[in-house]
Design a protein around this ligand. Structure first.
Ligand SMILES: [Zn+2]
Length: 295
């Protein structure tokens, strides 16, 4: 059944209002009521998604992860026009996929095909790609039950030394109490010349990573580090911290691609966030394992 454009906009608006109301009430509602509302909420979300996709039909931008094309991406928490409305990829995810497509050194055919991959806090939209190219692919998380392995990235006694070619951890280390131990463990479980693919939030123009173990409340952490569950905010010294754990680090960012690819896949913000803790220019760190210096 065809729906008039104005009616589509109206439906989208109504559904958005309903969803916002449910989100703002969520904390107040008893668990049983929340559970009862879940199916309706999910239906609303998929309707909003379908309507959005319809409204954004076009060919201005392209998501290299799900192949969606449209007039523009949609707003995320930090900045407008940055999230793919189909798969929810953000700039850092598209930068990662663009590396696998366009950067000769990291092309998936040679860099990923047939490899053993361990993926922490795996993004739903990246999992099918890794599953397709890997020889062995395992998802991992400390808390989520739907993972192949329940692992603490800073202490993985159940993972054999030198067992993976690739460890992927996008925006994980800022949640980890002891990130140096995490880097040591990643180094240990990687095969010789294996690679860790890492991303972290790095506040614009911050030189040295900011940590303060006396800040322990969610509100304090949000104020100091940008999110309620972040334990630090990294600066430009992040690759040096990784290198000191025994890695050779290659950094891929928006300047690694042509202007037309940056615009097409939106690999940098269309509008930068003005938030003082924002990371506007994302980077992907490809960290190749080197022998660790003797302690
Ligand atoms: Zn997408």
């Amino acid at each position: 059944m065809r729906m008039a454009f104005s009616e589509t906009v109206l439906r989208l608006f109504e559904l958005q209002v309903l969803m916002r109301a449910r989100e703002s009430l969520a904390e107040e509602l008893p668990e049983a009521v929340r559970e009862a509302l879940k199916p309706g909420y999910r239906k609303c979300r998929s309707l909003v998604r379908a309507l959005r996709l319809r409204l954004l039909t076009g060919n201005g931008v392209h998501c290299p992860i799900c192949d969606w094309k449209g007039t523009r991406f949609i707003a995320g928490k930090w900045r407008p026009m940055s999230i793919c409305p189909q798969c929810a990829s953000d700039i850092r995810h598209r930068l990662l996929m663009a590396s696998f497509i366009y950067v000769p050194q990291f092309r998936s055919a040679s860099f990923l095909l047939g490899k053993d991959i361990l993926h922490f806090a795996p993004e739903r939209h990246l999992q099918p790609f890794f599953r397709r190219v890997a020889r062995k692919y395992a998802t991992a998380d400390l808390e989520r039950a739907d993972m192949d392995r329940r692992l603490d990235i800073s202490n993985m006694p159940t993972v054999h030394t030198e067992s993976y070619d690739l460890v992927v951890a996008c925006d994980v280390l800022e949640h980890v109490q002891d990130d140096q131990s995490a880097l040591k463990e990643i180094h240990r479980v990687l095969k010789p010349r294996g690679t860790a693919v890492l991303t972290v939030p790095q506040k614009d123009n911050l030189r040295v990573t900011l940590e303060d173990p006396t800040i322990t409340t969610p509100a304090g952490r949000e104020k100091a580090f940008g999110e309620h569950n972040h334990l630090r905010i990294y600066g430009a010294d992040f690759p040096l911290r990784v290198a000191s754990a025994g890695f050779a680090v290659d950094t891929i960012g928006e300047t690694s691609f042509s202007q037309s690819l940056v615009r097409r896949h939106v690999l940098r913000p269309v509008e930068c966030s003005q938030h003082p803790l924002a990371t506007n220019h994302r980077k992907i760190f490809f960290c190749r394992k080197r022998p660790r210096p003797e302690a």
